[in-house]
Design a protein around this ligand. Sequence first.
Ligand SMILES: [Zn+2]
Length: 460
Amino acid sequence: MKVIIAIAVLAVISVIALFTMSSNSVLTINPEVKTVGVTTPVTVKISNPHGVRRIGAYIEQGGARLSLTEVKTPAHRFFWRRHQAPQTLTFDAGKNKAPNLKEGDARIVVEADADDLAGHTDTTSLAVKVILAPPRVAPDDAQHYINQGGMELAVMTPGGSWSEAGVKVGQYTFRSFPLPGRPGQRFAMFAYPWDLADNLTPLVFARNLAGAEATAQFWFRLFPKKFRTRDFPIDDALISKLVNQIDPGGTLAPGPDMLSRFLKINGEMRRKNNQQLADLRFKTEEKILWNGPFLHWGKEESLFADVRNYMYQGKKVDQQVHLGFDLSDTANAPVHVANDGRVVWAADLGIYGNCVVVDHGYALQSIYGHMNRIDVKVGDMVKKNQSLGVAGATGLAGGVHVHFSMQIDGVQVNPREWWDEHWIHDRILSKLDPTLASAPKAESPVTSQPRAKAHGRRRK
Ligand SMILES: [Zn+2]
């Protein structure tokens, strides 16, 4: 009898021990989901040292619980495992999976049962908005003549359920802003970026918060451009001068071999610096700060999107694309800002040396590199022709020159268009204010084409 009692007590203690040693699951929905549409992926991470034997995902709305997915695995109740790795599960929370879902508030719930004797159920949940109405977008009916590597402006009218609208060209997207004086309409200045094939169709788009997208075509004609390829000879003297200028301490591009240090600066650092420039697009004002054509000074030594083959001891060791104009005849001369705007960068920027970036409004910005001295600071309002500082050869510059470039919404474009008063009138201002387009020839191909051809000739 005593033995039986002892065994029973032991069994009870064991079960209690098994229960108390059972564990809980930690569930995390990441990335965060705020809206659910027709189809919306949700990813949840589940951590439990014993693993889980069931995961259930639901969406709750108006007191009803709709099942989205359930994953079950064979249970380990007594001989459970330990040190199980966390797992992730991605499921669709959209109307495709839950056909009764309606527009409005809802809650995503995910449950997990621990894979041990106690099998604790743990839950995470998230409030979401269900958005099922699709976005719509209508394009303008203007003509858009676009130079490859250059810019244009399109007006669009988004409708339906939308939160974001603009222009898409290939993988690039360009934001839109409210069109002054015309409620309901928006406009986007956009590039046909230099690195895209010449057979893509730019589109206006509108997206809703749930990620559904509407697009529409507008009238356009692209003028393809041939970008120059040039050999750029580098020798040991130039390499060590440039490397020591940018990275004297050897911290950014370390190593005993000067050529590989140079290649690291010319490749990795160039990409990083171009990304830093692109990220300045959010530092913009929603109004036109510029006035008239942009200033064009200096002698053109190197053109926008020149392809440079870096030649070392007769061999090609690197190829990079030069995004901007190198303007010389500027030794110790003031660097004049090309138009009115606000300074959004005034500091060292790697290969660009001492660099100033000026915002001209609506995500249009101009860039001035390799300066010897900067005389402005971030936040300063500057007037066309005002001096930003003194030209120099800082950064990746063999001699004194100003590296000048422009960007729209973070994509660098050929600044030549902004030196041309007629282009500005025809392609930008007349679309912002149709009363300026009253002269019909401004929109005709007869006046636009010869100018575009002239650009092509100068590039050869
Ligand atoms: Zn340059």
